[in-house]
Unconditional design. Structure first.
Length: 265
């Protein structure tokens, strides 16, 4: 084990987005043992800053926004970034609104983050700020999209996984990020691609990577890693593709597994 890549929401973080002392100590212990720690999450960069500060130097890198951004910590230097054209994101919003006005959106751009009413209730962790009437208007002045999230009043996130690809441009992919909404972004962006790029840069073989996850947007990373660990709170599909299952995120499952792996070294 030379590198640990862990998802955040539903995996490292407990219910409500909390980070336990035990999890922090486990990550620090891994770091002290010479293991690189990577946060591999659907969250954009600005939504991990508090967690990085809490963990400190134990976390070395971030695979963020489902792999569209790779950065180093604590300096937050962007090492790799895959462009999500703003015009493409805005067109996707307008297209979906044209089909059904009951779609809601949250949009992160280089100008900030905006979300429409209904977003906060769908997130596993607290969200700062107040909703806006229209994320398109709020994106005025932006030049690049970072993350687009979509939900519907009557459809679940799993419904949207099947429905949205039939409505959107073929250059866009739809993934489930663990909340009651989906993420829309360019085809070819996922955690595995970004993590593989980072590991090649660091000289780490995939056989020496341990990955933790709980949701659909973790699947590519879990398949790629030399050892994959699903959370007890993950769905059966996720568990089936992993080498093992640890305790739930409510029971510090990532910490439990790291402690065991370090003890076996």
């Amino acid at each position: 084990m030379r590198l640990i890549a862990t998802d955040l929401d539903g995996t490292l973080l407990g219910p409500g987005g909390s980070l336990s002392d035990r999890s922090v100590e486990a990550l620090r212990a891994a770091h002290e043992a010479g293991v690189l720690v990577v946060f591999a999450t659907g969250r954009p960069p600005f939504m991990v800053e508090e967690l990085v500060d809490r963990v400190g130097p134990a976390v070395a890198y971030g695979v963020l926004a489902n792999g569209s951004v790779v950065c180093s910590f604590p300096d937050r230097e962007v090492l790799r970034s895959v462009e999500f054209d703003l015009a493409t994101a805005l067109r996707a919003i307008e297209d979906l609104r044209g089909y059904d006005t009951r779609y809601g959106f949250a949009l992160a751009t280089d100008a900030g983050f905006a979300f429409e009413p209904g977003f906060v209730e769908r997130m596993p962790a607290a969200t700062l700020g107040s909703p806006v009437d229209d994320v398109v208007t709020a994106a005025s002045g932006a030049t690049e999209a970072l993350k687009l999230m979509v939900w519907h009043e009557q459809h679940s996130a799993h419904d949207l996984l099947a429905l949205l690809p039939t409505l959107l441009d073929h250059a866009l992919a739809v993934t489930h990020m663990g909340a009651d909404c989906v993420e829309v972004g360019p085809v070819g962006i996922d955690k595995a691609i970004a993590l593989a790029w980072l590991c090649e840069r660091l000289g780490v073989d995939r056989a020496d990577v341990v990955a933790f996850g709980d949701e659909y947007n973790d699947h590519e990373m879990l398949r790629w890693a030399g050892r994959s660990v699903a959370m007890a709170n993950a769905g059966e599909v996720t568990k089936a593709l992993c080498h093992e299952t640890t305790a739930s995120n409510a029971d510090d499952g990532v910490a439990v597994a790291i402690e065991r792996l370090l003890a076996a070294r």
